[in-house]
Design a protein around this ligand. Structure first.
Ligand SMILES: Nc1ncnc2c1ncn2[C@@H]1O[C@H](COP(=O)(O)OP(=O)(O)OP(=O)(O)O)[C@@H](O)[C@H]1O
Ligand SMILES: [Mg+2]
Length: 158
């Protein structure tokens, strides 16, 4: 499976989806989160971290652009590069996040670092519908992300 679409109707439903999603993660997945301001990307990422029982810890240089969540088993990076360009994120330490191939990376506004990351990633596009409705379009761009997408769909009983 390479594509899917899931619609949520509230923040809570997106959190529930994030929780199912978290269960399908094994480490090493890369997820790009796209969509306009207020679409629910951060809600989803926080839901994933919470479902994994992770606490945020500050990351040095690029503190506000990258948050690291970890415990002894899992390491998750939440990146948000809103309005930044490739030049502006150069040398900010994003390479470090790739040193451990078991890191889970969730990136909002990911374009400035896309070239540094493996091509195999899950693209999630959050589309604003009416009121609290959000359509989340998923596209898997490789073997690892396809597996993740399949697990997620199984968990969602689609
Ligand atoms: N179905 C839904 N899923 C997620 N969030 C929802 C939903 N319905 C309403 N919301 C609300 O929409 C807002 C989403 O905010 P969030 O910070 O996640 O957006 P974002 O996509 O990360 O935006 P930005 O690009 O500015 O970072 C929250 O206030 C949330 O409560
Ligand atoms: Mg956000």
């Amino acid at each position: 499976m390479k594509n899917a679409s899931i619609t949520t109707h509230s923040r809570q439903e997106t959190l529930a989806l994030a929780s199912r999603f978290a269960k399908a993660l094994q480490g090493g997945e890369i997820i790009f989160l796209r969509g306009p301001i207020g679409a629910g990307k951060t809600v989803f990422v926080k839901g994933v971290a919470a479902a994994l029982g992770l606490k945020s810890s500050p990351v040095s240089a690029s503190f506000s652009l990258m948050k690291e969540y970890k415990n002894k088993n899992v390491k998750l990076f939440h990146v948000d590069l809103f309005r930044l360009s490739e030049g502006e994120v150069f040398n900010l330490g994003f390479e470090e996040m790739l040193e451990d191939e078991k890191s889970i990376i969730l990136a909002e506004w990911p374009d400035p670092i896309a070239h540094m990351l493996p091509a195999d990633r899950l693209e999630m596009e959050f589309v604003l519908k009416q009121a609290d409705e959000r359509e989340i379009k998923l596209a898997a761009l490789g073997r690892v992300s396809e597996k993740l997408l399949e697990e997620l769909c199984r968990a969602s009983k689609m």
